[in-house]
Design a protein around this ligand. Structure first.
Ligand code: GDP
Length: 298
């Protein structure tokens, strides 16, 4: 919890340096306190919808609980929003390998997240294969290969400019032949236009769907928390275009906009699988609603 608190320190400082200062000791949550809380939530990029939901929830709890500790009530109100989306990623499958197709725009931390995730899965005794599906950017293939060397995981790659769907197809077949448990597939974050990008990602998904027997897979969107509300816009766009099954939110360290987690939960309701709170391998963490809220409030 300590290192998670450190990772979330900027959001915590902005949001609730001391929840106690919103409400005098032994006091009640009054409208002035709610107004101040509303300002802080909005500043931390919690967004209008999730902020209203938290405030309504808190008002209702305060009405019922009377003199309950304001911090406890706020914690409960926040958990009501985050608990439903805190669903860990389960890679167990009858049709190995389970496929994780990571999508997201350039620079959000996609390749890094796959490297970290590969290391985590390896440490929990899964046989992992990396697939260099960002064939548009030559450096992306090299970067994934570097992660392969660092983590000792094999990488399936073709040359720069080759067909992304064919790389992923190869990797899944190769994974079947080698007895891999999980294939982690990188994809492009930018093509000539956004339409091209979405068309390519849809094609990758279609190719996975056609493999017999069809693999179980996750379409995992990686987004950068420090972009605040823009992260929500990206999530909506990708979800509409290709359909997502989970989210990783990176770079929560170094930003005071960590409240975006609440906006994502409230507005999309997609499972948040992992959060990134730094550049080290251990800084990718399964998203846990209780420890997240505790790191913000405790
Ligand atoms: P991609 O273009 O989406 O594949 O992004 P990269 O994986 O190349 O990452 C871009 C930069 O973000 C790199 O310098 C990463 O080290 C950094 N990065 C990724 N995740 C995190 C995180 O959780 N926290 C911080 N501080 N940096 C991160």
């Amino acid at each position: 919890l300590k290192s998670l608190k450190r990772g979330l320190s900027k959001t915590r400082d902005l949001l609730l340096t001391d929840v106690g200062d919103l409400v005098p000791r032994g006091g009640k949550i009054d409208e002035a306190a709610l107004e101040e809380l509303e300002n802080r939530l909005l500043q931390a990029d919690v967004g209008i919808d999730a902020t209203s939901a938290i405030l309504d929830n808190l008002r209702e709890r305060a009405r019922k609980a009377g003199d309950g500790d304001p911090g406890d009530l706020l914690r409960a109100a926040m958990l009501d929003i985050l608990a439903p989306v805190a669903q860990p990623l389960d890679v167990s499958t009858a049709n190995k390998p389970f496929v994780i197709m990571a999508v997201g725009v350039n620079g959000v931390g996609k390749t890094t997240t796959l490297g970290k995730l590969g290391a985590h899965l390896r440490d929990s005794h899964h046989k992992v294969l990396l697939a260099a599906g960002d064939t548009f950017r030559a450096a992306a293939i090299e970067q994934l290969q570097e992660w392969g060397e660092r983590t000792g995981l094999p990488v399936i790659a073709q040359s720069h400019g080759s067909d992304a769907a064919s790389v992923v197809f190869d990797a899944i077949h190769s994974g079947r032949a080698r007895g891999s448990d999980v294939v982690l597939a990188d994809t492009a974050g930018r093509l000539h236009t956004k339409d091209y990008l979405m068309t390519e990602l849809k094609k990758v998904r279609r190719v996975i769907d056609k493999i017999e027997p069809r693999p179980d897979y996750e379409v995992l969107l990686v987004i950068d928390a420090s972009t605040g509300q823009n992260a929500l816009v990206q999530a909506k766009e990708f979800h509409q275009a290709i359909g997502l099954t989970g989210i990783v939110l990176t770079k929560l360290d170094g930003t005071a906009r960590g409240g975006i987690v609440f906006a994502l939960a409230q507005n999309l309701g997609l499972p948040i699988r992992y959060i990134g709170v730094g550049e080290r391998i251990e800084d990718l963490r399964p998203f846990d609603a209780e420890s997240f809220v505790d790191a913000l409030l405790a």
